[in-house]
Write a protein that binds this ligand. Structure first.
Ligand SMILES: [Zn+2]
Ligand SMILES: [Zn+2]
Length: 409
C-alpha cells in the first residue's frame, strides 16, 4: 500500500525544529508573564462571519485565504486565520469588560491560511499573540512594542521595529481620498492586484511587494501628514515612550498591515537576515464595538512562531542525559531503582532496554547522545553503588548511591 502523506502546506514539527519552535514559545510566554498577561485557550473554529466582520471583506485573508466550510446545518464555519478576532469574540461573549478595567489576554496555537506554501510558510502555522483591552493610552502601544522588542532581543535575533500611525475615523477618510487620487495618477505602474485594491482597499497598495508598485507609491501622500490632533498626539507620545524605554525604531509611512481593523498605531518587527515580518500588531479601537460589544479600545500583537524559530541560532541547553545500563538480567530491578532515584532528583534519565554487553550498550548511549553512562553490574548491585562514566571525557568513577547524589547532583 502507498504510504500516507500530510496535506500540502501542513507539516510535522519535531526534532531540532521543535527545539527552536519551543525556544520561541517559552521565551514569548515568559515575557508575557512579566507584563501580567493571562492565557486564553480559544477554539480553532469560529463562524466565518467572525473573521469577515473583523478582518474585513476586502482583505486577501478573507477573500482568498480562509479555510471555510459548512457544518451539517449549512452554517459557514472557518478555521481561524489569525487570533485577534477570536479573542475579541470571547471578550464580548464572556462579558470580560465587566470584570476588570483592563484585560490583558494572550493565546497561542495554530492558524490556517490557504496560501502558496514556501520556505517557512505553511497553511497551518502558529502564532502567540497578546491583546490589551480597555485603554486609549499610548503607553499600552509602547508596552506592546516593548514586548516584541524583548522577544527578538532575548532570542538574539537582528531585527528592526517599524512603526506608523494609520489614523482614525476622523482623519483617515481625507487621507484615503488623497491616496486614491494619487493612485489614479500612477495606475499605469500598478500590478493587477493593486489596480483592484486602489478602489476597495487603497491603503493595501502601500505595502504591495511588487517592485513597480513599490516605486510607484514612493511619493504617495503619507498618513502621518493627515493625522488629526488626537492621532498626532497619540503617535508623538508613543515615539516618546519608545525613546524612554530605549527601543530603537524606524518610522515607516508605508506600513499599513493587511487587516482592516487597525487604527492609530501599527507596527512590525522585520528580520534583518530574511527581510520578513516576524512580529506585528497595532491598535484597534473600534473592533470590539463593530463586533457587537461595548466600545472598548484595544491593542494587540502576534508573533509568527515558525518565522521567529527559523532565526533562532542558540538553543537552550538541555539537561545532561544519564543512561542507566544494567549488565545482566539480574541487575535490571536494581537499575530500575537507580533510574527512579535519579529522576526523583530531577535528572533526565534513559534506561537502556537493550540486553547486551557493556560495549554495545555504550554505543547505544552515544547514539542517544547521553552525557553519562550509569553502569550497574552485579558488583555495583551488591555494594549499592554505580559506576558512572562521563561519555565526553571517558572518565569513570565508582560511587555509592549516597556519594552519587552528593557528588553529581
Ligand atoms: Zn485621527
Ligand atoms: Zn501591487
Amino acid at each position: 500500500m502507498e504510504e500516507f502523506r500530510s496535506v500540502r502546506g501542513f507539516h510535522d514539527i519535531f526534532g531540532e525544529e521543535l527545539e527552536r519552535f519551543n525556544a520561541v514559545r517559552q521565551t514569548v510566554r515568559r515575557i508575557l508573564e512579566l507584563y501580567n498577561f493571562e492565557e486564553i485557550i480559544l477554539p480553532v473554529v469560529e463562524y466565518a462571519e467572525v473573521f469577515q466582520r473583523s478582518i474585513g471583506e476586502a482583505t486577501d485573508i478573507v477573500q482568498k485565504e480562509m479555510f471555510v466550510f459548512p457544518d451539517k446545518k449549512g452554517r459557514m464555519l472557518a478555521l481561524r486565520p489569525e487570533g485577534t478576532a477570536g479573542v475579541v469574540r470571547a471578550f464580548i461573549q464572556n462579558r470580560m469588560f465587566a470584570l476588570k478595567p483592563y484585560t490583558k489576554l494572550f493565546y497561542e496555537g495554530p492558524m490556517f491560511r490557504y496560501e502558496r506554501p514556501q520556505a517557512g510558510r505553511y497553511r497551518q502555522f502558529h502564532q502567540i499573540g497578546g491583546e490589551v483591552f480597555g485603554s486609549l493610552d499610548p503607553l499600552v502601544d509602547a508596552e506592546v512594542i516593548s514586548i516584541a522588542h524583548k522577544v527578538v532581543k532575548e532570542l538574539k535575533i537582528e531585527a528592526v521595529v517599524e512603526v506608523n500611525s494609520i489614523g482614525c475615523k476622523v482623519c483617515r477618510p481625507a487621507y484615503r481620498e488623497a491616496l486614491v487620487q494619487y493612485l489614479e495618477q500612477v495606475a499605469g505602474h500598478l500590478c493587477e492586484d493593486c489596480i483592484d485594491r486602489k478602489d476597495r482597499n487603497p491603503l493595501r497598495v502601500l505595502d504591495c511587494k511588487v517592485p513597480t508598485c513599490k516605486s510607484a507609491v514612493k511619493d504617495a501622500p503619507k498618513m502621518v501628514d493627515f493625522l488629526c490632533e488626537e492621532c498626532r498626539e497619540h503617535y508623538q507620545k508613543l515615539l516618546e515612550y519608545l525613546n524612554i524605554m530605549g527601543i530603537p525604531y524606524v518610522e515607516n509611512p508605508n506600513l499599513v498591515r493587511g487587516l482592516d481593523y487597525y487604527t492609530k498605531t501599527v507596527f512590525e518587527v522585520v528580520s534583518r537576515e530574511l527581510g520578513i515580518t516576524i512580529i506585528a500588531g497595532g491598535r484597534y479601537d473600534y473592533l470590539v464595538e463593530e463586533m457587537g460589544g461595548v466600545p472598548t479600545p484595544a491593542v494587540g500583537f502576534a508573533v509568527g512562531v515558525e518565522r521567529v524559530a527559523m532565526l533562532v541560532k542558540e538553543l537552550p541547553q538541555r539537561q545532561p542525559l544519564y543512561m542507566v545500563i544494567p549488565l545482566g538480567e539480574d541487575t535490571v530491578s536494581y537499575a530500575l531503582k537507580v533510574c527512579e532515584l535519579l529522576r526523583e532528583k530531577g535528572k533526565r534519565v534513559e534506561l537502556s532496554y537493550k540486553r547486551a554487553g557493556l560495549k554495545k550498550q555504550l554505543e547505544l548511549a552515544n547514539k542517544l547522545k547521553a552525557d553519562y553512562a550509569v553502569i550497574v553490574g552485579e558488583d555495583e548491585m551488591r555494594e549499592e553503588s554505580v559506576s558512572i562514566k562521563n561519555l565526553h571525557t571517558g572518565e569513570q568513577v565508582k560511587l555509592s548511591l549516597k556519594e552519587l547524589f552528593s557528588h553529581v547532583l
